[in-house]
Every structure is written in C-alpha cells, then in structure tokens.
Design a protein around this ligand. Structure first.
Ligand code: DAH
Length: 340
C-alpha cells in the first residue's frame, strides 16, 4: 500500500510539474484526486487491510493527497502567471508608432480676407450687417437711384427671377435696408455674395463678393471718406500706402470716385502688379446721393453720408498674389492648403 502511494505520488508530481496548460492540470487533478481518481481508489482499498494497519495507511494517503494538492496549486499559480505574461506580451500597444495625423481644414482665402476686413471696420465702430441675396428690384436698383430705364442697369447684367425679384447684383442694396431701419448716425459694413450674368474667366465670375460700407451722420464730408479709406489702404497694403480719388459715376453717389491705392509691390514706381501705373484700383465710393437718402426717409438737408463698395475677390487676389479668379473659386485642395 505504502509503495503504491509513493509510486502514484511521484508519477503525479512529475506530470504536474511538466504539464503545460491549466486544462491539462485539471485533468490530472480529476484523474488522481477526483471521486473516481487513482488516489481515491487507494483510499477505498484500505478496507481490505487488517484494522490495525488502517490508521497508518490513512495517514499516508492523506499526506499524499495534501502534497499533490499543494503541487497542483503551485503549478496552477505558475501557469496563470505564464498565461498572463503571454497576454501582456501579445496585447501590448506600441504607443511609439508614428500615427498619421488627421488632415485639418483651414479657412478659404476669401473668408480670411472677409474676416480681416470686417475686424478692421468693427474696430472703427462699424456694425456688420447682412442683407438678402434674393432681392427686389426696388432695393437693388430703384431706391439706389437706378430707375427702370436707367442706362446704369446695363453695367450690371442681372439674373432676374421674376420681373421684380432678382439675385442682387451689388451689396449696395443693403444700404437701403439699413437706412430704412436705422436712423443716423449709421456706420455699417455689409459683406456678401453678388450675382451677375457674366461668363467665367480670369477676371469675371457669375458669383463674386463685395463689401459695402456706409456712414451717415450730420456733417459727414468727403474728407471723412478719404480718412477712412487711407486707414483701410494702409492697414491692408502697408503703412506708406497712399490713396487717390479719380472722378467716376455711380447713380447712388454724388460725387462718385474710383479709389486707387499706391502699389505696395513697387512703391509707386510701376511694376507688373500695377501694370506700370504705380496705382491699383481698390474700390468705388462717393457721397450718398440726396435722392437715395430721401428714398430711405432721411432728410438730405440735415444728414450727409458716404458709401463705398470693395470687390472682395479682387482685394484677396492682390493681397495673396493670386492671378486668376478661377483659382479662387475652383477650390483645388492643393491651392487651398497654402492658406492653412
Ligand atoms: N455697387 C457698386 C458696384 O457694384 C460699387 C460701389 C460703388 C458701391 C460706389 C458703393 C459706392 O457703395 O459708393 O460696382
């Protein structure tokens, strides 16, 4: 009996220490220590021994059982540790790997310029105002002193939706809406899209952008206009920039001017950018026509005002050195990325 227990114990210990998985270890446990296990069978066979030998045999079997249980528990702990180490190794995340950065968007150059311009005029106390892109003939033309038969309508080939409703051809329509709503003093800046039935080429597009400015108060003169536009030109084209006013004609201003800035590229000497003239045309402006003030319920004997209209696309192209309107509207990502 003692001999059989020793053999079983030695064999089992060898199997336990060489077994490679927890499930194999469980099999060994069942086969040796289970209800029908080999050691249990030896315990059961004690009834065949003479009674005086049984206590001694019982001790031997129990000691063997305890020894094997400990061996199993120790091996189980080892195997669990091996398994954990393996999982830690296999599931390790290498945080040192270079991740591809997600591409981040940027602002469109027109948006960049619009923001810069609105920020500049806000800092001078101008209110930024929106007005509709779908307008009536009245706001786009009639109230701006451009009646139905006026030849100035020819200059702006307009998209009419009905006889009376159109896509605004100029942000000047916003002046009228503002003066109808707000009594002077008024200082307004209104950026937005305008539409004209033009064929697209390097300098034309059926959709483009303007920024309209309007100031109305008592005693406003052309000197105020000149002062503001000088500041504007110096802000965007450099400290030494000068402006010059050339007489022009717009139905809604009298007198009207076209405003040039001295070329920042050559300082006025003449270069490719200014086509050799030393000057770059930047906007149209003038003193608000009496008729327009009157149409908006403002007494022209009491109030005067100036207005100006900047071509946003043009200014953007000059500032960023872009040579075609098409490039600005095509939205080729390789082009847009340069402004990130
Ligand atoms: N609306 C004019 C255009 O589209 C630009 C303009 C000129 C606006 C003179 C003005 C202005 O407010 O005073 O050509």
């Amino acid at each position: 009996m003692e001999e059989s227990v020793k053999i079983l114990t030695d064999e089992s210990e060898a199997k336990i220490s060489s077994c490679a998985t927890i499930s194999d270890l469980n099999d060994i446990r069942v086969r040796v220590l289970g209800k029908n296990g080999e050691l249990t069978a030896l315990l059961k066979s004690m009834k065949d021994l003479p009674p005086e030998k049984r206590p001694q045999a019982g001790k031997i079997v129990n000691a063997a059982r305890e020894k094997l249980e400990q061996a199993i528990a120790a091996r189980q702990a080892e195997l669990e540790q091996i398994e954990l180490d393996k999982r830690l190794r296999d599931e390790k995340i290498d945080i040192s790997i270079d991740m591809r950065q997600p591409a981040s968007g940027g602002l469109h150059p027109l948006t960049i310029m619009r923001n810069r311009i609105t920020e500049f005029f806000s800092s001078l106390g101008f209110v930024i105002a929106d007005s509709p892109e779908i307008e009536t003939d009245y706001y786009n033309f009639e109230a701006l002193n451009i009646p139905a038969d006026h030849p100035a309508r020819e200059m702006q080939d307009t998209f009419f939706i009905t006889e009376n409703i159109l896509l605004r051809s100029q942000t000047s329509a916003g002046q009228v809406r503002m003066m109808e709503k707000v009594k002077p003093p008024i200082k307004m800046l209104s950026p937005g899209r305008v539409f004209r039935a033009d064929e697209a080429d390097a300098t034309h597009s059926p959709v483009f952008h303007q920024v309209e400015g309007l100031v109305v108060d008592k005693g406003i003169t052309m000197c105020d206009l000149k002062g503001i536009l000088d500041l504007f030109a110096q802000k965007f084209f450099g400290k030494n920039t000068k402006t010059r006013f050339r007489p022009s004609y717009f139905p809604f201003t009298e007198p009207s001017v076209e405003v040039d800035a001295s070329c920042s590229q050559c300082g006025g000497k003449g270069c490719r950018v200014c086509k050799g003239t030393g000057w770059i045309e930047i906007l149209g402006a003038g003193m608000v026509n009496r008729n327009v003030l009157q149409n908006c319920g403002i007494n022209p004997d009491e109030y005067t005002g100036f207005a100006f209209g900047v071509g946003l696309d043009r200014i953007t192209n000059i500032i960023f050195g872009i040579n075609s309107l098409r490039t600005v509207f095509e939205n080729d990502v390789r082009f847009l990325k340069q402004f990130n």
